[in-house]
Design a binder for this molecule. Structure first.
Ligand SMILES: [Zn+2]
Length: 476
């Protein structure tokens, strides 16, 4: 680190890239790299800038001075960018959910010129990035679509999943591409949870994330057009429903059923989530599952309007998705037990600090955590805002009744009545769907009302609709 001032730009992007590859978050070293890189940025080539941006985005580091420097230099040398530079810089901005309008607009122009040279990976990353920018850039989408169809034979499951998701978020009527993606996905992907995977069983999983994205994209397109699913889309949806959606829903229902052991149902569900590789069910299938697994319904429209405004104000113009910290919920509860009433007034819940994986004590908060367990999938999901709101109500119920046992049948907790309303800035993940099911298991007479938005689908029609400033408020 002492020698970092003597490093040249290429020397600095290499260690940053290596740290990111190893996921070694060495804060002092990354800070030193950022400071020196800003100083030398005007000597940096396209490849160095891309590696730097990629490394810091991989850590989720929103280092504003470095990002501003990368942005300025990228605009200066955009003409030199090759396909991996365009998709790499776009991926970095999209991962950090930064709408750097001048740079995104310049990257779009460069991408349109070069898309015929993009491979399947860079095509899908480009589509994914612009969907996360929430920009409907019609010339770029047309170019992506043409290139994707031309290179379809090279698309793997992840590229198909990303591209189908992006096309769905853009809400463009690209039936030809979507059908081609569905056909290719059916031809090349294993059945969800299949144990007969062709290769790399250690690093692979059931491909659940991709199945959810592609099935969600074809069903959303069918809903929009008002036509029933046909052909490849219908076949794909049927496989998804049989091997992924219904097994997961049945397993989450067990978690809500007091006749089934809580720990047994939790273990089976956790194993199934791992086997299928599912992190969420997408907006439409989550809406379908929630009433089944948690006996919830939608809150009144008037409350939802207030909740949406409160969430928007808490986010202060930021997108309510992309990282755990960006997802927020608005919730309220009223619990009645015998002749006592506890009210948790309307308020915004943010993500909690990461807690211990398992409850460690016997206070009401720890007992509530034992009743509403999080489901681990790739990352700890213990601190999600939805679970924070449910834990606040469950803790109040435990304190109110003095109960907190594992058995929901005949327990004192089950005597509680009342209601809980929850509105999320984004689609709840599978862990939070399970949290709602467990809330219903232990508080079956407390009426659950749940609504959420899909944060990516409030797209802008063009760049002119977007404010010309960064999310930190600095004008550009
Ligand atoms: Zn969650």
């Amino acid at each position: 680190m002492l020698l970092i001032g003597d490093f040249k730009e290429q020397d600095l992007s290499n260690p940053a890239w290596a740290l990111a590859k190893m996921q070694l978050e060495d804060t002092p070293l990354l800070e030193a790299i950022a400071s020196s890189s800003i100083h030398d940025i005007f000597e940096s080539c396209a490849q160095s800038i891309t590696m730097l941006a990629w490394a810091f985005a991989s850590f989720g580091w929103e280092h504003t001075p470095l990002l501003n420097a990368i942005s300025s230099q990228s605009l200066r040398i955009c003409a030199d960018f090759q396909a991996p530079d365009i998709s790499g810089i776009a991926w970095s901005l999209a991962t950090l959910v930064l709408q750097d309008v001048p740079l995104i607009s310049a990257l779009s122009e460069a991408a349109i010129q070069m898309l015929t040279n993009f491979d399947s990976v860079t095509i899908s990353i480009t589509a994914w990035s612009w969907a996360r920018f929430r920009i409907i850039d019609v010339p770029l989408i047309d170019a992506i679509s043409a290139s994707a169809i031309a290179k379809l034979q090279d698309f793997g499951a992840q590229e198909i999943g990303n591209t189908a998701w992006a096309i769905s978020v853009f809400s463009v009527a690209d039936g030809t591409l979507l059908d081609a993606l569905a056909q290719k996905f059916l031809a090349t992907s294993e059945t969800p949870g299949s144990s007969t995977r062709a290769s790399a069983p250690d690093s692979s999983d059931g491909g659940g994330v991709e199945w959810v994205e592609v099935a969600s994209a074809v069903t959303a397109a069918a809903h929009r057009s008002g036509h029933a699913l046909v052909g490849n889309a219908a076949k794909l949806e049927a496989v998804f429903a049989e091997y992924l959606f219904w097994p997961l829903v049945r397993s989450v229902v067990d978690l809500a059923n007091p006749l089934v052991s809580h720990s047994g149902a939790y273990q089976r569900l956790s194993n199934l989530v791992d086997e299928l590789g599912a992190a969420h069910l997408g907006p439409d299938y989550t809406r379908l599952a929630l009433p089944l697994v948690s006996r919830s319904r939608r809150p009144p429209k008037s409350w939802v309007e207030g909740a949406r405004a409160a969430v928007g104000s808490a986010l202060g113009g930021r997108v309510g998705a992309g990282t755990t910290e960006r997802c927020v919920v608005f919730a309220a509860a009223c619990l009645v037990w015998r002749d006592e009433v506890v009210e948790l007034p309307n308020r915004v819940y943010m993500a909690l600090p990461r807690g211990p994986p398992q409850p460690i004590g016997d206070c009401p908060e720890d007992r509530a955590r034992a009743l509403i367990r999080h489901v681990h999938r790739h990352v700890l999901r213990d601190n999600h805002a939805e679970r924070a709101a449910l834990l606040a109500a469950m803790t109040a119920a435990v304190r109110l009744t003095g109960d907190g046992g594992e058995d929901g049948i005949g327990s004192v907790l089950a005597e509680c009545t009342g209601g809980l309303r929850l509105y999320g800035s984004h689609v709840p993940c599978i862990s939070c769907v399970c949290a709602l099911a467990q809330f219903n298991r232990f508080l079956p007479a407390v009426v659950l009302e749940v609504e959420f938005e899909d944060a990516w689908r409030t797209s802008q029609s063009n760049y002119a609709d977007l404010p010309m400033k960064r999310e930190d408020g600095t004008s550009r």
